[in-house]
Design a protein around this ligand. Structure first.
Ligand code: T46
Length: 135
């Protein structure tokens, strides 16, 4: 599967860098929620689920971490290691986040409020739902 990156304009000058995120402009949805994770332990794998309808853009605003994406046919592993690069993840994609650098902060912009009913947390059920959509 092909990851969808959004590379944001860096407004750099002698003071440093600045990146601006705007809903329905460089973020392709209305932003209903922002969350971030930090202090992630080195051998931890987060995620391990897909979403039924949620769109999200993930950024490693500090440090780096790896995102594994799986559409039920193929898996790709992506190293997110710069704050100006976002990774867009839509529905029906299994995701895992791992190999967090110490101090890494992974920030996520989401198209919907938190809703546990939108999650598929069982890998077999995820494969079945992908198969159903292909039929
Ligand atoms: C995703 C990946 C990239 C909330 O109360 N509100 C929230 O908005 C979120 C995201 C989580 N929570 C609670 C639910 C759990 O008790 O925080 C706890 C940890 O959530 P979870 O185990 O789902 O976290 P991750 O890191 O496995 O997954 C998260 C998002 O949940 C998910 O949508 O795509 O990051």
């Amino acid at each position: 599967m092909k990851p969808v990156f959004i590379d944001f304009q860096e407004h750099g000058d002698w003071r440093g860098q600045l990146v601006a995120l705007e809903e329905d402009k460089n973020i392709p949805f209305q932003i209903k929620r922002v969350y971030f994770m930090y202090d992630t332990l080195p051998n931890v794998v987060r995620g391990k689920h897909s979403h039924k309808s949620l769109y999200q853009v993930l950024f490693c605003v500090t440090g780096a971490c790896t995102i594994g994406l799986d559409d039920g046919r193929e898996r790709v592993d992506i190293r997110l290691d710069r704050p100006s690069r976002g990774l867009l993840i839509g529905p029906n994609v299994w995701r895992e986040m791992y190999d967090f650098m110490p101090g890494a902060v992974l920030m996520v912009l989401a198209s919907e409020y938190y809703d546990e009913n939108d999650y598929i947390r069982d890998y077999r059920a995820f494969l079945d739902s992908v198969k159903e959509k292909q039929e």
